[in-house]
Structure formats: C-alpha cells, structure tokens
Ligand binder design. Structure first.
Ligand code: C2E
Ligand code: MG
Ligand code: MG
Length: 426
C-alpha cells in the first residue's frame, strides 16, 4: 500500500475517512487499534517521534504487513487502525495480532544503531453509522485505554464499547498521564514494626496523587484505572525507583516494601526494571520486598510466576499482601515462592472479635513459621492488638497504632531520631 506523507512524516494527524473503502456488506468491520511506542526508559511514557528514520521505516514495515483485504489507516503519531472484513474469524484476528506484534518487535536498523518498538493492540467497534473522524478517534482511544482486552477471550473482539463508554475515565486517564509527567505523584511511607524489638525494620511505600484540583487522592481511587489502562507500568516504575532511592539513604538494615500490580508482572521486562531500580539507587536486593496481593497471585499466568521466581532469585523478598481477603488457600504455600505473608485487616479484625478468628491467624502464623515465612499483621489498632498478636507470634506489625503513612521526610525523620537516640544510649 502507499503511504501518504504529510509535513509531519508518515503519520498525518487526520485520518482520511473518505479513503476508507471497507466492505461492510456482511456487517460491521473488525477494527483493531494499533498503538506503537518506542522502547526506552519507562519512567515517563515513551513517545514516538513522528519523523525520524526509525519511525518512517517502522511505518513502512507496518504498511507492507497489512495486506488486502485488510486495510491500514493512520490516526496520529504511532496510532494506526487496521480494518478487517466482517467475516474475519477471531482466530484470524488473533493470528494477525501475534504476527504484527513480533513484526513490530524486530529491531529497525538506522544510522544511529538499532531502534526498538513495542505496541498495544485493542479492538474498536466499527463506528460506521457515526462515520466521523472525531467519533472514530475518540472511540479508538477509549478502546486503547481499555487495553485490558483479554486475548484469551476473543468474544470481546469488536465489542470494546462497554468499557469505552466512560469518557470520564478518559479524562481521568489524561489527567493521570499529566500528573506523572509533571510530578504530581508522591509516596507516603508507613512503618512496619518488628514485634520483638519494636524497631522500624521496614517501610511500605504507598503512592498518593497530589492533584492541583482535587487535593490528595488515595490509591483506591486511581490504581484500578491505572491498571485498566496500562499506565500502572509507568506509575509502578516511578514508585519503585523513587522508593528505592528514598530508602537507600537510611541505615543498611531498613527495608522497603513496594506494591507491584499483577499488570506489571505481565510486562516482559519487569525483572530487569526491578534490577535497574536497585542498581540505580544502590539498594541491596535483600532490602527490597515486592508485595503482590493474594487476589493477583490467584490470577497469575505461569509466565508471571516465573518472573516472580526470577525476582526472588535476585535476593528480593516476595510478600503476599492482603492475605485472607481473597481465596486464602494453603496451596499458596506449596506453589508460591513467598517470603512474607501479610495478614489482611479483615483477618486481624476477626481475630480481635472472636476466639475462632484468633485460631485461624494462629494456624496460619504457625504454618508460616514452620516453613520459614515471615508474618505481618496489617491494620493494628491498639495496644490490645499488639498483645494479642504477640501471643500468637506474628513477626511484624503495621497499622495506624504505630504510624499512619507519611511523606518521606516525616516518616524517616522519626526513624533518624530513634537511631540517634539509640546511639546516644549505647
Ligand atoms: P496495601 O498494600 O494493603 O496497603 C495498606 C493500606 O492500608 C494502605 O492504604 C494504608 O494506609 C492502610 N492502613 C494501614 N494501617 C491501617 C490501619 O491501621 N487501619 C486502616 N483502616 N488502614 C490502614 P492506602 O495507602 O490507601 O493503599 C491502599 C492500597 O492501594 C494498598 O493496600 C495497595 O494495594 C494499593 N497501593 C498503594 N500504593 C500502591 C502502589 O504504589 N502500587 C500499587 N500497585 N498499588 C498500590
Ligand atoms: Mg501492600
Ligand atoms: Mg495489604
């Protein structure tokens, strides 16, 4: 196919709807949105430069790949639309996306050395009745945002609309991207106390969004959208790097626990990203704990589980977060390479309420001890909780009783003061 070149290079900023000659006699076309980005440092979203040699060659490669009866359209820099006839089967669509992904992943030789690209592919509903560029682009972007599209569930192909309806989400996502680029995210640190020594051995990094419009926003309000949109990869990278840097300055026995989303574990390079964060900050691997929630673990693919093993082999500890909030199962202990088990607030609340609840925590704690897994109680509220959990033999305690999450200066300030006081009393 011929590429139309605009002043901006091979990616004109308007999609030429009139040249779209899709055959809709058999029903709506199967549309795929292709979003290409250059691989590179992922602290900020990588952008595709519109005109350079690599981008031109990549565009030509994509154009050569998409053959009739399929058609290729340009939506904007790095954004393409592929239309397939209505009778294309799900298997054919999946085959095309797999081949296209590996085609795009092949390095592109340029005068400055090889350039690498990656892509996201999402289904878009054929907007034939709407027939306007603006509606197509909006729908395409919404569909891309909902890139949680499960390839294993081709039934949702061509039906991106349910998740694409919410333009509020779209605005929130754009705000979140801006927030990441302009440094509106911050990390609060909550102490995790050694039950035996009462010292702060670990801090958990908890992300916050300091929005100029809405004030401080809690993670529960933006993590789900960040996960659905894939932005969690860049956000998670930022948290990981920042937290490692912040903690590296404290004494060498203090550890940092960082929450890692299931979506991040699906990224091919998650292991090297963790390695990079450690190298750049100079933090020893044994000072990092990666927290993965119990519900995420239950949904992990074998590939993601392998990555957890690889992270653990680097010397990083793995914690099962919110244990007891989902499908608590003893099978975890045999299949998962976990070093820490964090009892969820709900489990601790039950232990507070009844002997039966205490018996359950006691049983899990005993089992964990038996196999060398460290236990942490979340949501510790009072001195009574501390006494109860001490009797049970939980290793670490976390909760508002010991400290609410606070900015680095405030959280570590207490730690620094305690260290100075300790040194004086020695
Ligand atoms: P989590 O990892 O289980 O973190 C503990 C949550 O419990 C934090 O909420 C903390 O503020 C809260 N908490 C601690 N002690 C108490 C207590 O005594 N009582 C009560 N009621 N709450 C307590 P937060 O900061 O709102 O975070 C909520 C969840 O958001 C986290 O749960 C974690 O799953 C997720 N999250 C936070 N930061 C990140 C991040 O950087 N990446 C990812 N993927 N998830 C994150
Ligand atoms: Mg956590
Ligand atoms: Mg938790």
């Amino acid at each position: 196919m011929n590429i139309r070149w605009s002043q901006k290079g091979p990616c004109p900023d308007r999609f030429d709807w009139t040249s779209w000659t899709g055959d809709r006699r058999d029903g709506p076309m199967k549309l795929l949105l292709l979003d290409v980005r250059r691989n590179g440092p992922r602290i900020l979203p990588a952008k595709l430069t519109p005109i350079d040699e690599a981008t031109i060659k990549l565009t030509q490669r994509i154009a050569d790949f998409v053959r009739p009866p399929n058609q290729l359209g340009f939506l904007g820099p790095g954004k393409f639309l592929i239309a397939q006839p209505a009778n294309t089967t799900c298997d054919e669509i999946l085959a095309l996306t797999c081949k296209l992904e590996s085609e795009i992943a092949k390095p592109i030789e340029t005068a400055d050395g090889p350039a690498h690209f990656a892509c996201e592919i999402a289904p878009v509903q054929d907007p034939a009745p709407l027939n306007t560029y603006a509606s197509l682009q909006r729908r395409a972007e919404l569909a891309l945002m909902c890139s949680l599209w499960e390839r294993s569930n081709p039934a949702c192909l061509g039906d991106a609309a349910p998740c694409a309806q919410d333009s509020k989400d779209m605005r929130a996502l754009n705000d979140m991207k801006d927030a990441l680029e302009t440094g509106q995210f911050t990390i609060h640190y909550q102490p995790i106390i050694n039950a035996r020594t009462q010292g702060v051995d670990v801090y958990e990094a908890l992300v916050r969004w300091r929005s100029p419009h809405a004030g401080m926003i809690a993670p529960a309000q933006f993590i789900p959208l960040a996960e659905r949109s894939g932005l969690i990869n860049d956000l998670g990278d930022w948290v990981l790097n920042q937290a490692c840097r912040d903690i590296a300055g404290l004494d060498a026995t203090t550890k940092i626990a960082v929450n890692v989303s299931r979506i991040q574990l699906c990224e091919d390079d998650i292991v090297s990203r963790i390695e990079t964060a450690l190298t750049k900050s100079g933090l020893a691997p044994h000072r990092l704990v990666v927290e993965i929630t119990e519900t995420s673990i239950a949904q992990l693919t074998p590939d993601a589980l392998e990555k957890i093993h690889a992270v653990r082999n680097m010397g990083v500890a793995i914690a099962i977060d919110d244990f007891g909030s989902g499908y608590s199962s003893l099978a975890f202990f045999s299949s998962l390479p976990a070093d820490w088990l964090k009892f969820d607030h709900a489990l601790i609340a039950n232990a507070r309420r009844s002997e039966r609840g205490r018996a359950i925590v006691r049983a899990f704690a005993a089992l964990a001890r038996e196999i060398g897994v460290v236990t942490v109680a979340e949501g510790v509220k009072s001195q009574e909780d501390v006494a109860m959990l001490g009797k049970i033999g939980v290793d670490y305690l976390q909760g508002f009783f010991f400290g609410t999450p606070a900015e680095a200066e405030l959280a570590f300030g207490a730690k620094r003061l305690a260290l100075v006081a300790n040194r004086r009393s020695c």
